[in-house]
Design a protein around this ligand. Sequence first.
Ligand code: OAD
Length: 232
Amino acid sequence: MSKHIVVFTGAGVSAESGLKTFRDSDGLWENYPIEEVATPEAWKRNPELVLEFYNLRRKQCMEAQPNEAHKLIAELEKYYKVTVITQNIDDLHERAGSSNVIHLHGEIMKVRSSVDENLIYPINKWNLELGEKCEKGSQLRPHIVWFGEPVPMMPVAIGITQTADIFIVVGSSLVVYPAASLLYYTKSGIPKYLIDPGEFSESVLREVIHIKKKATEGMRELFEILTKNVWV
Ligand code: OAD
């Protein structure tokens, strides 16, 4: 039986594909205040602005390509059982070939009913407009978890994290909860790596081996380590 690797990713894994992170300087939240575009209240107050914000995210996602970090994470499947748990709304892990991807914060290439969260549809164009409705006649919204909303995939993600033999974080500031708490749900004593060029608190650094590099370079290094003595 091959070991189970859980890869937990954030916006940093897609940065080298040209998609902006949220909290780096000139990040998304610097240019668009969270409370204006990413909350249920914003959707009630100004749905046009919310749609515009996510339409731009969708357009950029469609134009972006997976980078080497996404591809190496997918390639780990030749050696291990791999589950990707991502906070990202882009589909770059899937397009890189990862077969097991859980999106904690939703998916930009899907839309859903604003009255029934189980009515979810794929969208293959970049723009969702006011007036586009679900089969129950209510406005479609992006299939995104907004601040203040529950994270329905969290229990699933916790269960998977608890079965990890190796846990890898790539490109996340680890400040958004509950997602960031996954780091603490692992079995004790397993190897945990963090690939991220940023600075982290002592409590995070106690948990992980920090590879303080960008996603592509860090993944290249870790891929070498993880596949050196593994027979396919
Ligand atoms: P953040 O913007 O908070 O953090 C991005 C992380 O990526 C930082 O730690 C950077 O150091 C790192 N980074 C930047 N460039 C990188 C590169 N080339 N390679 C690797 N790492 C790099 O993004 P997240 O941690 O993903 O949620 O944010 C978590 C959640 O906060 C998002 O899912 C989103 C946001 O609000 C919602 O919208 C609900």
